[in-house]
Every structure is written in C-alpha cells, then in structure tokens.
Design a protein around this ligand. Structure first.
Ligand SMILES: [Fe+2]
Length: 347
C-alpha cells in the first residue's frame, strides 16, 4: 500500500496541501491520500491556501483549476514564486485538457491530473511530486533563507538609485511611485504573499514607471490632452523601462512588473496584449493600485475623484482591465481604510 514510503524510507512525513472549492473533492482526496508519509491539509479556496502555505510550506500542492476569485494556474504560479521547492499539481476536468497542456508547456505547474482520477495513479503522481520536491530543495536558492543576501542588498541599492533617477525628473512621479509601492504592499499582505513577493511589490512599485525616463519632457509633463501621436510615445514607457531594468540581476521579477503593468486582464492592454496568467501577479496588483493612485490623487490637471466614483470604476473594470482577485482584495482593504492609511504624504 505505502508506495510513498519509498520516497524516504525513514520516518519523514511530507506535508501536502489540497485546494478545491468543492468540499466533495477535498473529501475524496482525503480518502485517497490517507497513506503513511503524508500529512494532508485541505484549503477551500486560493486565499485560504496562501494563508496555510505560510505555516505549512507544503512539499506538494494539489489544486483545482476553476475556482472563484483566482484560478488554479494563478494560485500555483504564485506558490512557485514564493516557495520554489514546492511541487505543484493541477487538477483539471477532462474538457480542460487544452488548458492543461498549455500550462505544462509554459512550465507554470509541474504535473496535472484529470478529474475523475484513478486513485492508484494519483498516489503515484504524488510520489513523483515528492521526489521532485526533494530535487528542488537540493537546488541552491530554493531554501528560502539562503536567498543570497549580497545579491538582494546590491539589487536593492540598484533599485533605489534608479528610483532616484525617476525622482529627479518629475516630482509628481516620485509621489506616485512611492504610493503605488505602498498600496501594492498592502494588497500583497492581504493576499498573504510571502516576504519575498512583498519586497518584489515594494521595489516593483517604485520602479514601475522607470521607463518614463526615456519620454521627453514636452510629452511627459504636458498639462493638457495628449494627441494620438504623443499617446503612442507614452505607451512605449513599459518597453523602455524593461530595457533599463533587465540588465540588473534583481532577485525579483522587476522587469516583468515594469513591462506588464499596463497589460489588461482581458488582453486589451499594452505593449504586448498579454492576458490573465500570462501577466505576473505582481504586475496585476501594480496595475490596480496604479489606477487607484491616478484616480485618488490631486493632479495639476484635475482634482481627486470621489470614493463612490472610484468604487464604481473598479466594479466596471473588474475582470476586463483588472484581475478580479486583485480588485476584490484591493477593495476590501480600501473599504477598511488600509489603503488610505498607507498613503505617503508631503511633510
Ligand atoms: Fe505606467
């Protein structure tokens, strides 16, 4: 029965986390994975799973794909970013086969299993995932605490010198970037992201508009309406920014944030027209708080929007411009005043 024991014949117990919004599926998984060597925990949704991962740091996560708030692909990509040694298994219905293949091809998750599953095959797959976990754990830089301190410190310094270059350019951008950075961290914490990803949001928020260095004053600081031509130039700033940060060996995915912070959830954004999980979670979050900062702050050309207007705007753009989960968490934090409290003000 215990083929899992082959993974480690000693007394070692592995933590496995299963995520599904259907309690029936969780129950079935509990029965199938009731085997020596595995301690199974169950989460009823992505947010609960993220919270549990902080404690568990599970060796393997098995997640459903179609869940409210966040898809399994989004959740598992997030888990891989935060816990690189965790092996990820996605469960899909047979009709989602194309999704599954795409996910595997793009290396978003390690394994997938179709529902309904064969119990023996599922146990074998979990065993395989545990072996992968051991391999991942043996790789340098995946243990969490051995995230090379020097690299982090140097990259942090590089980020600040770049941020200063943006500051020097335009006082508005400085406040804007500081606020985007602060708001993004509030959302990240509410999503229960790990410290590595919170730091990514902090630095990414400061640098998201770094590409505006490459846009002329005449266009960037123009108080009136932009012409189509000028707007085209402005829209180059994510690509320019990417080329600025790419050569820097950040231990965070800063170039993706810089390059993707104007991409829309439904694929209508720029510069590449990426959609959904082609966009990294940090860029989804920055996209939301960037829009909020632009709406809420007083600008030379207009005064701040009323809260009701802001709320209705996010309701309108949830699921088109913005990742639904990012909007939901942002609005929850906004309603309880955490976003407003994080605002960086003059003086
Ligand atoms: Fe921007």
């Amino acid at each position: 029965m215990s083929d899992i024991a082959h993974t480690d014949p000693t007394t070692k117990t592995y933590r496995v986390l299963a995520v599904d919004d259907d309690p029936g599926i969780l129950d079935a998984l509990r029965r199938v994975l009731r085997i020596p060597g595995i301690e199974l925990s169950l989460a009823h949704g992505p947010m609960e799973a993220m919270g549990m991962m902080q404690e568990l740091q599970a060796a393997v996560v098995i997640s459903d794909h179609m869940m409210p708030v966040m898809t399994g692909v989004e959740l598992l990509s997030l888990i891989r970013q935060n816990w690189p040694a965790t092996a990820c298994i996605m469960m899909t219905a047979c009709e989602d086969m194309r999704v599954a293949q795409d996910v595997i091809n793009r290396q978003l998750v390690h394994f997938f299993v179709t529902k309904p599953w064969d119990s023996r095959a599922l146990r074998e797959l979990v065993q395989k995932a545990l072996r992968l976990h051991e391999e991942l754990r043996a790789q340098p830089g995946t243990g969490g605490k051995d995230m090379q301190k020097d690299i982090r410190e140097n990259a942090g310094k590089a980020a600040f010198s770049l941020a200063r270059a943006v500051d020097a350019r335009d006082n508005y951008t400085r406040r804007h970037s500081e606020n985007v950075s602060a708001y993004a961290q509030v959302v990240g914490r509410a999503m229960r992201l790990g410290p590595h990803q919170i730091e990514e949001l902090r630095i990414g928020g400061l640098l998201h508009d770094v590409g505006k260095i490459g846009i002329s004053d005449g266009i960037l600081l123009k108080p009136g309406r932009l012409t189509d031509e000028e707007f085209k130039v402005i829209r180059q700033h994510p690509t320019i920014g990417e080329s600025i940060v790419e050569p820097i060996a950040f231990p965070w995915n800063i170039s993706a944030i810089v390059g993707q912070h104007h991409e829309n959830y439904d694929g209508t954004g720029y510069p590449r027209g990426l959609a959904q999980d082609q966009i990294v979670l940090s860029a989804h979050i920055i996209h939301v708080v960037d829009a909020y900062e632009a709406m809420s702050a007083n600008r030379v050309y207009r005064t701040a929007r009323a809260p009701e207007w802001i709320l209705s705007e996010f309701a309108r753009c949830r699921g088109t411009q913005f990742l639904p989960a990012a909007v939901d968490v942002f609005l929850e934090e906004y309603r309880r005043g955490a976003i407003q409290a994080a605002e960086v003000t003059d003086g």
